[in-house]
Ligand binder design. Structure first.
Ligand SMILES: Cc1cc2nc3c(=O)[nH]c(=O)nc-3n(C[C@H](O)[C@H](O)[C@H](O)COP(=O)(O)O)c2cc1C
Length: 187
């Protein structure tokens, strides 16, 4: 793949909040997303990500009803034919002991990377997604039977977009990248 193609996918990707409820996402397309996620890097290669892919309509309804926190209406979730639930499995040494020193919760960093691999693979196949972080982990746990030690950290809606949206406005590159020293904007 050429860099142009990769950047095109990354620029095309935006959070999709209107789905064609009649158009299914194929198992092959979902599987490609799982392959992409599973090839993400992770601290000490611990690979803490776990996904539950929900296609069953009653289970999606249950996630909508019990898996969200109140106050942020997200009715459009109900039109997405697939909901992928991203969970993180923590490891005592890498994920709890080492962060005492580094202050970095690696299992969340790793799972976030895997989640975005998943989302980009969806975008490369023309499938829209939206990260949903306003979740009720306890509710999701109950709906999906997720065991202790595994933490739901996000859901992604998946489906074919009803409309093509313009990408969200991003910061100017000069605000996010410095060269050789903090604040030095010239390469
Ligand atoms: C960790 C995370 C949590 C998010 N949670 C929600 C959410 O609960 N509901 C929602 O509609 N969008 C959610 N979003 C989507 C963001 O609002 C969106 O990524 C942001 O506005 C930038 O737009 P873009 O994705 O189109 O570039 C979340 C995104 C991330 C990365």
């Amino acid at each position: 793949m050429k860099i142009d193609e990769l950047l095109e996918v990354m620029k095309w990707r935006n959070s999709c909040r209107s789905y064609d409820a009649t158009k299914e996402v194929s198992d092959e397309a979902i599987n490609n997303c799982i392959i992409a996620a599973n090839n993400a890097p992770s601290a000490c290669n611990k690979q803490p990500w776990r996904f539950v892919i929900v296609k069953d309509s009653q289970t999606r309804k249950n996630l909508y009803e019990h898996g969200l926190l109140p106050g942020l209406p997200m009715k459009w979730i109900q039109d997405a034919p697939v909901i992928a639930v991203l969970c993180a499995k923590s490891d005592a040494i890498v994920h709890w002991f080492t962060p005492i020193f580094s202050k970095i919760p690696y299992y969340l960093v790793d799972s976030g990377i895997a989640g975005e691999h998943f989302v980009l693979a969806a975008a490369a196949q023309g499938i829209g997604t939206c990260w949903i972080g306003w979740i009720n982990g306890k509710g999701i746990r109950g709906v999906l039977g997720i065991p202790r030690g595994i933490q739901p950290i996000a859901m992604f809606t998946m489906g074919y977009p009803l409309e093509k949206r313009n990408p969200a406005k991003k910061l100017d590159q000069s605000e996010i990248a410095f060269f050789d020293k903090w604040g030095k904007k010239e390469i």
